[in-house]
Design a binder for this molecule. Structure first.
Ligand code: FAD
Ligand code: UDP
Length: 398
C-alpha cells in the first residue's frame, strides 16, 4: 500500500485491475473489497491532498481534532455496515445531542418531551405531550410535515410552534426555501420525538465516533498491499468516458472503474449543472475550556449561520484552555469554480437531469458510479457504505 501526492511519471494504468476515483467512503470501501476479495491491484485517484473525502479530520493549530468538511457523527441501524467499518476502528460511546437556541432558551432537538415543557410550560407541555403519546404512541418519531397535516387543535398548536421555531428559519437558511417547498424526507430526518430520548439519532443501535478519528479509519481501510492512493490528481485529466468505453491516459482501459465524483462535472456540465448547496465552514479557536452547552447548537430563529459545533464535546478530546468551534453558512453552490458541492437538492427536475447523465454511462459496462455525488443522493455515511458494499458485491461476483 502507498499513499503519495501526484502521479509518478511512469504511471501505467494498465498495471492496475481497477481504478477508483475518490478516497471517501464510497471509493475506499470498493477499493478495499476489490483488493481483498478479488486480489485486484487498485489505484485510487483523489484530487484532494488527503484521504477520507468529506469525513476527513485533522488536528488544527490548537491541537484540536476538527472535521474540515463539517461535523460528522457516525450512526447506523445497518448491521452489515457497522460490522464492516468496525474492522477498521473502535468506536467511542458518544451519543450526539443537539440543542436549538430559541430566543435564548436551549431546547432539545429532535423536539421531545422536555422541549415541549420548555416551550409551553410544565403543565401545558405535559398535556400536549400526553396528546402526542395518545395519538402516535410513546417513543415514536413524527415528521413535522405529518404533524402539520393533523386536524386537531392541540396537535396544530405543537406543529405551529415547532414549524415556526425549529424548522422554518433554519430550513430557509439551509436550503433557501421553506419546509413546504423541499423534499419532506429532508425535514423528516429530524422528526418530533414522542419520548424522553435526547439523542439526535434516537434509537440508532450503533452511534459514536471512531476512537482515533475518521482519517485513521481510512488509513486502516486503505492499508492493503494491493492499494495505491494518488492524491492531488484530478481524474478528468486522465479519464475519458465515451458511450461504450473508457480510456485512461489516452489508452483504452478494460479494468473496472469505480467513480465517486459528480457525473455532470465529469462531462463538463454539457447537459446542464446539477444543483447543490455548498456551505462556508468558518472555524474559530477560543481561549476558553468550554463554549456552549451541547456539541451542536442549532440557531433556529436567529443568526445567518445554521449551527455551531464544538468539536471537543464530540470527540471527548481534553485540551485545557482552548476550544474550536465551527459555524456553517449554507448558500447556493456555483459549479465549475472549485466550490464543494455538499448537499444534493432533491427535486424532480434535478433527478431528471441526473438520470440523463446516468443513462449516458449505462452502456459502459466497466464504469460504475457510487456515493453521495455520483448517485446524486442525500446519503449519510452509513448509506454510502451500504451502497459501496452492494456495488462491490456485484463486482466480486461477476
Ligand atoms: P465524498 O466523501 O465526497 O468523497 C468523494 C471523493 O471523490 C472526494 O474526496 C473528492 O475529492 C473525490 N473526487 C471527486 N471528483 C474527483 C475527480 N474529478 N478526481 C479525483 N477525485 C475526485 N453523514 C453521517 O453519517 N453523519 C454526519 O454527521 C454527517 N454530517 C455531514 C455534514 C455535512 C456538512 C455534509 C455535507 C455531509 C455529512 N454527512 C454525514 C454525509 C457524509 O459526508 C457522506 O455521506 C459521505 O462522506 C459521502 O462519501 P462519498 O465517498 O460518497 O463522497
Ligand atoms: N432542520 C431544521 N431545524 C433543525 C434541524 C433540522 O429545520 O433544528 C431541517 C433542515 O431543513 C435540515 C433538515 O431538517 O436541512 C435535516 O437536518 P439534519 O440535521 O439531518 O441535516 P444535516 O446534518 O445533514 O445537515
Amino acid at each position: 500500500m502507498s499513499i503519495r501526492q501526484g502521479l509518478p511519471e511512469d504511471f501505467n494504468p494498465q498495471s492496475y485491475d481497477a481504478i477508483v476515483v475518490g478516497a471517501g467512503y464510497a471509493g475506499a470501501v470498493c477499493a478495499r473489497r476489490l483488493a481483498e476479495a478479488c486480489g485486484n491491484k487498485v489505484a485510487i485517484i483523489e484530487r484532494r491532498p488527503h484521504i477520507g473525502g468529506n469525513a476527513y479530520d485533522y488536528l488544527d493549530e490548537a491541537g484540536i481534532l476538527v472535521h474540515k468538511y463539517g461535523p460528522h457523527i457516525y450512526h447506523t441501524t445497518n448491521e452489515r455496515v457497522h460490522e464492516y467499518l468496525s474492522r477498521f476502528t473502535e468506536w467511542t460511546d458518544y451519543s450526539h445531542k443537539v440543542l436549538a437556541n430559541i430566543h435564548g432558551t436551549f431546547m432539545p432537538v429532535p423536539f421531545n418531551h422536555r422541549s415541549l415543557k420548555l416551550a409551553f410550560g410544565e403543565e401545558r407541555g405535559e398535556a400536549l405531550y400526553q396528546k402526542l403519546v395518545a395519538t402516535f404512541g410513546k417513543d415514536k418519531k413524527v415528521p413535522i410535515m405529518e404533524l402539520r397535516s393533523k386536524n386537531d387543535p392541540d396537535l396544530e398548536e405543537i406543529a405551529d410552534y415547532v414549524y415556526e421555531n425549529v424548522f422554518l428559519h433554519y430550513t430557509m437558511k439551509q436550503w433557501g426555501k421553506t419546509p413546504d417547498q423541499i423534499d419532506p424526507a429532508v425535514t423528516g430526518r429530524v422528526p418530533v420525538f414522542v419520548g424522553d430520548d435526547e439523542r439526535y439519532f434516537p434509537q440508532a443501535p450503533h452511534q459514536g465516533m471512531p476512537k482515533e478519528g475518521y482519517t485513521k479509519l481510512f488509513e486502516n481501510m486503505l492499508n492493503h498491499d494491493l492499494i495505491d492512493v494518488f492524491l492531488g490528481v484530478d481524474v478528468r485529466d486522465l479519464l475519458k468516458v465515451s458511450e461504450t468505453s473508457v480510456s485512461v491516459c489516452d489508452k483504452p482501459y478494460g479494468g473496472e472503474v469505480v467513480y465517486t465524483g459528480a457525473l455532470d462535472e465529469l462531462f463538463g456540465y454539457d447537459l446542464g449543472a446539477l444543483p447543490y448547496r455548498t456551505v462556508d465552514m468558518v472555524f474559530e479557536t477560543m481561549d476558553v475550556d468550554d463554549f456552549q452547552p451541547a456539541t451542536t447548537v442549532n440557531y433556529t430563529v436567529s443568526e445567518n449561520f445554521t449551527r455551531i459545533t464544538e468539536f471537543k464535546k464530540m470527540t471527548g478530546q481534553v485540551v485545557p484552555g482552548k476550544t474550536t468551534i465551527l459555524r456553517e453558512y449554507s448558500r447556493t453552490y456555483i459549479p465549475g469554480v472549485g466550490e464543494t458541492p455538499y448537499y444534493v437538492i432533491n427535486e424532480p427536475q434535478n433527478q431528471e437531469l441526473y438520470k440523463k447523465y446516468r443513462k449516458r454511462v449505462s452502456g459502459v459496462l466497466n464504469f460504475h458510479v457510487v456515493g453521495r455525488l455520483a448517485e446524486y443522493r442525500y446519503y449519510d455515511m452509513d448509506g454510502v457504505v451500504a451502497s459501496a458494499l452492494e456495488l462491490s458485491d456485484e463486482l466480486i461476483h461477476n
